[in-house]
Design a protein around this ligand. Structure first.
Ligand SMILES: Cc1cc2nc3c(=O)[nH]c(=O)nc-3n(C[C@H](O)[C@H](O)[C@H](O)COP(=O)(O)OP(=O)(O)OC[C@H]3O[C@@H](n4cnc5c(N)ncnc54)[C@H](O)[C@@H]3O)c2cc1C
Length: 378
C-alpha cells in the first residue's frame, strides 16, 4: 500500500491499514523532511516558543508497525493503469493507493506577494519563528484562523503586530457579528492591532502599502490568505475532481478502483449530511484517513466491515489524535483527547484567562471536534 502525504490523513491511513493487514508492505511517500507532526500548534504554542514538541509519533512507532516513511519525496505522477506512482526518476508500485496530499498555502497575488512568508509546514514555522527572533514589527495578512492565531502569537512574543484584512471584523460573514467581534477582541487582547476593511496593494523592501494609501513599515510579513488543495496529481491522472478536490464516496474511494483519497484534498460524501463536504480540519482528516486505510485493507476480503464517513454507528480509530494540543489566539489551550473504545475525541477550549468561557467545538461535518480556534475554511 502506498500513501502519498504524511499529514494526519496519511498517517491514520497507514495505521488503520496496518491494523487490518499485518503482512503487506506499507509506505508513506512525503515531501516533508520531518517526522509527522501536528500542524495546529504551529500557529500557536510552537510559534510562541512555548514548545518544540509537535511530533505525532517517534520513528520507533513507525518501525514497530513496519510503516516505511520515505521523506523528501514528491510524487509527480500517477500511472493508474500500471498501478504505480512516480517521484522524479523513481517508481513505486502499489496494490492500493491513498492520496492524502493535503493543501498548500498560496502566495498573495499583489506585486511583491512572493516576499511574504507562508505557514503550513514545520519547516515554514521554524523559519518564521527564527525570523521573529530578530524582528520587532510584523504584519499578518488575512484574518482567517491561522492569520488571527499567528498575529496573536507573534504579539504575545512581544512584537508589534498589525493584522490586516478586507473584512471589517474577522470572519464576520462566516461566524456572524457577535463571534467576529469577540475574535477581534481576542486578537487585540493578545496585543495585536486589527486593521479591517483594507486590501494590500503592494509588498516592497520596507513593508507594504494598503489600498487606502497607508504604508506600514515592518520587519516581517506573513500571508495567511488561504490554501489550495493539492489535487493536481489526481486531476492529471483523470480521477474525478471537483472544486479542486478529489471526489470520494463515504468509504473514501475515488472514481478508480483501489485508489482512495482523504483529508483536505478530498471532497468526501458525508453519510449523515447526505452530500459531499469540503473540510479542512485536523480531526476530519484523521477520521477520513482511518476510513481510507480500512477500506484499502478490505479490498478483496469478504465480510470485512467498512466504516463510512459521517455514519454515527462506525467511529474510525486512530492514534494520531491523542495528546495533540493546540492553543488559540487568546492563549486558550485545547487538548485533543482520545476517548475510550475508539469513540471520537472530545475537545475543550479551556480558558487560561478567567474571562474566557469554556467551550466545546464541533467541526464542519457537525459530528466531530477540533483543536484551537481553528475552524474549517469554506
Ligand atoms: C498553522 C496551522 C494551524 C492549524 N490549526 C488547526 C486547528 O487548530 N484545528 C484544526 O482542526 N485544523 C487546524 N489546521 C488545519 C489542519 O492542520 C489540516 O486540516 C490538516 O493538517 C489536513 O491534514 P491532511 O493530512 O489532509 O493534509 P496535510 O496535513 O496538509 O498533509 C499533507 C501531506 O502531503 C504531503 N504532500 C503533498 N503533496 C505531495 C506530493 N505530491 N508528494 C508527496 N507528498 C506530498 C505534504 O508534504 C504533507 O506531508 C491548521 C493548519 C495549519 C497550517
Amino acid at each position: 500500500m502506498i500513501v502519498v502525504g504524511s499529514g494526519p490523513a496519511g498517517v491514520a491511513a497507514a495505521e488503520s491499514f496496518r491494523e487490518q493487514n499485518t503482512s503487506g508492505r506499507v509506505r508513506i511517500l512525503t515531501t516533508d523532511r520531518d517526522l509527522p507532526y501536528a500542524r495546529p500548534p504551529l500557529s500557536k504554542e510552537y510559534l510562541r516558543g512555548q514548545t518544540d514538541d509537535v511530533g505525532l509519533h517517534p520513528q520507533r512507532w513507525f518501525d514497530d508497525k513496519t510503516i516505511e516513511l520515505v521523506h523528501n519525496t514528491t510524487v509527480d505522477g500517477l500511472d493508474l493503469a500500471e498501478r504505480s506512482v512516480r517521484a522524479g526518476d523513481r517508481r513505486f508500485r502499489y496494490d492500493a493507493l491513498i492520496l492524502a496530499c493535503g493543501a498548500a498555502p498560496v502566495a498573495p497575488p499583489m506585486p511583491g506577494g512572493a516576499r511574504a512568508r507562508l505557514l503550513r509546514s514545520l519547516a515554514d514555522a521554524a523559519a518564521l519563528r527564527e525570523a521573529a527572533k530578530d524582528a520587532s514589527t510584523a504584519v499578518v495578512i488575512g484574518a482567517g484562523f491561522i492569520g488571527c492565531e499567528a498575529a496573536a502569537s507573534l504579539a504575545l512574543r512581544g512584537m508589534s503586530v498589525t493584522l490586516v484584512a478586507p473584512e471589517t471584523l474577522p470572519q464576520e460573514a462566516r461566524l456572524g457579528s457577535a463571534a467576529a467581534e469577540r475574535l477581534r477582541e481576542l486578537v487585540i487582547q493578545a496585543g495585536a492591532r486589527y486593521v479591517g476593511g483594507v486590501a494590500v496593494e503592494e509588498i516592497n523592501d520596507v513593508g507594504l502599502r494598503l489600498d487606502n494609501g497607508v504604508t506600514i513599515d515592518c520587519d516581517l510579513i506573513l500571508a495567511a490568505t488561504g490554501v489550495t488543495p493539492q489535487h493536481r496529481l489526481a486531476a492529471d491522472a483523470g480521477l474525478d475532481v471537483r472544486d479542486s478536490r478529489i471526489v470520494v464516496d463515504t468509504h473514501m474511494s475515488t472514481s478508480t478502483k483501489g485508489v482512495y483519497a482523504a483529508g483536505d484534498v478530498a471532497l468526501a460524501r458525508h453519510a449523515a449530511a447526505g452530500r459531499h463536504l469540503a473540510i479542512e480540519h485536523w480531526q476530519d482528516a484523521t477520521d477520513q484517513g482511518a476510513i481510507a486505510g480500512t477500506s484499502a485493507a478490505a479490498r478483496g476480503r469478504r465480510g470485512m466491515a467498512c466504516q463510512a464517513f459521517g455514519a454515527p454507528s462506525a467511529k474510525p480509530r486512530s492514534s494520531t489524535t491523542p495528546g495533540a494540543t493546540a492553543t488559540n489566539a487568546a492563549g486558550c489551550s485545547a487538548t485533543l483527547r482520545a476517548s475510550p473504545c475508539g469513540t471520537r475525541p472530545t475537545t475543550r477550549l479551556s480558558a487560561s484567562s478567567p474571562t474566557m468561557p469554556t467551550t466545546t467545538t464541533t467541526s464542519a461535518s457537525g459530528l466531530s471536534q477540533s483543536g484551537g480556534l481553528h475552524r474549517p475554511m469554506q
